[in-house]
Design a protein around this ligand. Structure first.
Ligand code: AMP
Ligand code: MG
Length: 356
């Protein structure tokens, strides 16, 4: 395995890995046939996380450079922080005029807008002023005062946002409004990366975008990939269960992914625009499994904000979409289609058939 830092693509990355290294991405890969998988694995720091592309076939280095170039491009376009991204130009023109976008940025914003409307603002594409106020994605997060929270809540109303398919433009009606694609851009990057990898004829690969997984095909012997579902307890690590899948995206939203502590309280990075505070729906995490990575990403955020009952209800409208809800009581609720493919490995957690 080679860990790459920004600044140069690897020249040669062909390595024989043993199963122990795969623990990072998967767990319990104990089949004898897998102990010496020919795997090329490359890591790179992008999208504020570590991206690991593992291809279980003989492939050209070009596949990796194409994938990482693409992800770097998505990061540049969709960053809420960078001042020259398409996203920041929309904020700069808020209350003044619409901004024309590239096809790709418009596609992701439209997905974000549609899920915002469908979820009644549980997912909110213009949550950015609130996220910035709390500073959760900065080195100095803090609990804001109530007056500031209320002022910023006035900027979260998405009803006046205008998207125009005709010229691919986006308009934010009030100065101070801005877009945050943090809950969906990585999902899109997963789809885009998978499209490139599949385009080179690859049939066995696992793409790990900081815990957002896209599994391509199955293992070499035809069996399922076994994906560990992260222990969602803050401060702990490892997995609490294993999911068996092929050709699926697996995306988790969890409070443990980014949080800070203040006066003995934990505050995480997924907000409920209605309260102005981190969502408090009784969940530690939600993992969504779908054929599409962008869908899994947006839906895991929605479900995390909504909680078990409303989240389960919401997901019913999406075909072939399964989910694992883990509550603060360490109870796991599964959607019906996943009951045979998820196995708990940590006995502090228990699966309940239905929410009472
Ligand atoms: P995820 O891990 O996919 O659930 O995305 C969380 C990230 O999305 C946060 O770090 C914020 O940048 C942003 N975010 C936080 N709350 C929301 C929300 N309610 N709707 C949309 N994006 C959000
Ligand atoms: Mg998300």
């Amino acid at each position: 395995m080679r860990t790459m830092k920004k600044g140069g693509w690897p020249t040669r990355k062909k390595i024989l890995l043993t199963v122990s290294i795969l623990v990072i991405v998967m767990c319990a890969c104990s089949s004898k046939t897998d102990t010496k998988l020919p795997i090329t694995e490359v890591r790179y720091d992008l999208l504020n996380t570590v991206i690991t592309i593992s291809i279980y076939e003989d492939v050209s280095d070009i596949v990796f450079s194409k994938v990482f170039d693409k992800i770097a491009d998505i990061e540049k376009t969709m960053s809420a922080v960078s001042t020259d991204s398409e996203i920041s130009s929309i904020a700069a023109m808020a209350g003044k005029s619409p901004v024309k976008l590239s096809a790709e940025a418009y596609y992701v914003i439209k997905e974000a807008y549609d899920i915002t409307v469908a979820s009644n603002g549980a997912f909110n594409l213009v949550i950015s002023p609130l996220v910035k106020l709390w500073g959760v994605n900065t080195p100095s997060p803090h609990v804001p005062n109530q007056a500031d929270i209320e002022r910023v809540q006035g900027l979260l109303d998405y009803s006046g946002v205008v998207l125009s398919d005709a010229d691919r433009s986006v308009y934010l009606p009030n100065e101070g409004m801005s877009i945050d694609l943090g809950a969906i851009a990585k999902g899109h990057a997963g789809d885009a990366a998978a499209e490139i990898v599949r385009g080179y004829g690859v049939k066995h690969a696992v793409l790990d975008l900081g815990g957002n997984i896209v599994a391509i095909g199955g293992r070499l012997d035809g069996t399922d990939w076994r994906i560990g579902v992260r222990n969602p307890i803050v401060g702990e690590s490892g997995y609490i269960g294993v999911l068996s899948i092929q050709d699926k995206a697996v995306v988790t939203s969890g409070g443990y992914e980014r949080y800070f502590e203040s006066d003995g309280q934990f505050y995480h990075h997924i907000f409920d625009g209605r309260t102005g505070y981190p969502a408090d729906s009784g969940l530690l995490s939600v993992t969504v499994i779908s054929a599409s990575s962008i869908d899994a990403d947006k839906l895991s955020t929605v479900a995390f904000v909504l909680g078990v009952r409303d989240g389960m209800d919401f997901l019913k409208a999406y075909d072939d979409t399964e989910a694992i809800f883990i509550t603060t009581e360490r109870v796991i609720y599964l959607t019906p289609g996943i009951t045979n493919t998820f196995v708990v490995s940590d006995d502090r957690f228990r699966i309940e058939a239905e929410q009472k």
